[in-house]
Design a protein around this ligand. Structure first.
Ligand code: AMP
Ligand code: MG
Length: 399
């Protein structure tokens, strides 16, 4: 049996890198950027006026002038006017270019009209160059504004639009077939017998991957029939970038997934991990090197394995550069077997010192998926300990 960290490394090594595609900027949010965004122009691209008011020459101000003759009005989006003589000003609006011959802005609140002239009524604390956002003071033309590997959110898409990109290179969202296997499984909206259960895994797996923008999912449900599983895996594997199966990976008489993968010539990289829940986890690669995950069918195990291995693997394959890990402090001790790594569902919060806390929320069994609703994720408690005392700092994985 494989250790958790070893299993993770084996998966990471064998994940392909998804290709990139061009996306219209308006549809790029949530996608992962795969090119460097370069400044089209200086930022700001000209000396930008930051206040409505008048633009004057500091030379006039320091010579004692407080009353200025306007030569015109300049709005944002028009070319600049230029002062012709001492004592003049331009009526100026926020976002306009600094007029020629001016270098200081007096805000409109400090000015009164006096006939044709503009009189500065409050002359305190006027500084040379005030309220002018200088050309290139944020960034220079040609510098890199964003590096590849980030997820495009509200702040990033503004930078991309500001640099004039109509479309950007982003990761192509992989197509993934999620296949629940089990004779007992019945879909929603169908009649159900006493000995059957509702199939939940394909929905939770899709929700996890789709919410993270990591995959486009096709859901399938199969009975425990070796031939049927073989045909479906063979078919689905052709037009999908990865397969995620749930159920049928244990040692039961009807657990056909490992045998089917062997028959298809897939390489089983590991089968069985020293962890609870999720011990029967299987990972394989197809003959053409596509990843195939065999998750245990128990809903808690399936979701834990998905979150612990599949999601991080998909994040890497998508080119996400952020590999920061999250931690929290246990609010209660956890007792368990030292032979396995434990994944304990938790609710996250904060203590009065601002540290993130994790309150253990054990499920009844690994079939108790109902208790997971309302939890934030789980903590990883490494093997080799029988008790994790209150205050233990543990790694967090969010659903
Ligand atoms: P298995 O891994 O096939 O041995 O299944 C383990 C347990 O998980 C059994 O109690 C199954 O009924 C249950 N199970 C398997 N697949 C699903 C599914 N798609 N949705 C909900 N429960 C499942
Ligand atoms: Mg089964």
């Amino acid at each position: 049996m494989t250790d958790v960290s070893q299993a993770e490394a084996l998966v990471f090594e064998r994940m392909p890198a998804w290709p990139s595609v061009r996306a219209d900027i308006a549809a790029s949010h949530g996608r992962i950027l795969r090119e460097s965004i370069v400044a089209e122009r200086d930022q700001p691209p000209f000396d930008r006026v930051m206040m409505d008011g008048i633009a004057i020459a500091w030379a006039d101000w320091s010579a004692g002038t407080r009353s200025f003759e306007p030569i015109g009005t300049q709005a944002a989006g028009s070319p600049e006017l230029t002062l012709q003589a001492p004592g003049q000003c331009v009526e100026i609006m926020t976002g306009a270019m600094r007029p020629g011959g001016t270098d200081t802005i007096i805000p409109v609140e400090r000015i009164r009209r006096e006939g044709r002239l503009k009189l500065v009524v409050d002359a305190t604390d006027v500084e040379r160059g005030q309220f002018i956002h200088r050309q290139g003071s944020d960034r220079r033309k040609g510098v890199t504004l964003l590096e590849p590997g980030i997820r495009i959110g509200a702040t990033e898409v503004a930078v991309i639009a500001g640099a004039g990109y109509a479309d950007v290179e982003v990761t192509a969202v992989p197509r993934v077939a999620v296949i629940s296997t089990g004779d007992e499984l019945v879909g929603t909206g169908e009649p159900i017998a006493r000995f059957q259960i509702r199939s939940t895994n394909e929905f939770s797996i899709e929700a996890s991957l789709a919410l993270a923008g990591l995959a486009e999912v096709r859901r399938e449900r199969l009975i425990d029939d070796e031939g049927e599983i073989l045909d479906a895996v063979e078919d689905l594997h052709h037009d999908h970038d990865a397969l995620i199966l749930s159920g049928g990976v244990s040692m039961g008489q009807f657990d056909f997934v490992p045998a089917v993968l062997q028959q298809l010539g897939a390489q089983v990289v590991f089968h069985g991990v020293k962890q609870r829940p999720g011990r029967p986890l299987l990972f394989a690669t197809s003959r053409d090197a596509k990843p195939i995950f065999g998750l245990p069918g128990n809903p808690v195990s399936a979701l834990v394995c998905l979150t612990r291995y599949v999601v991080p693997a998909f994040r890497r394959a998508a080119g996400l550069a952020d590999t920061t890990t999250e931690h929290a402090v246990l609010t209660e001790p956890v007792s368990r077997s030292s032979r396995l790594t434990y994944f304990m569902p938790v609710e996250l919060g904060w203590d009065d010192q601002g540290r993130q806390t994790a309150e253990p929320k054990p499920t009844n069994t690994s079939g108790d998926f109902i208790s997971l609703a309302g939890t934030d994720g789980f903590v990883e408690l490494p093997k080799g300990r029988e008790k994790d005392p209150e205050g233990t700092v543990a790694r967090v994985f969010r659903w």
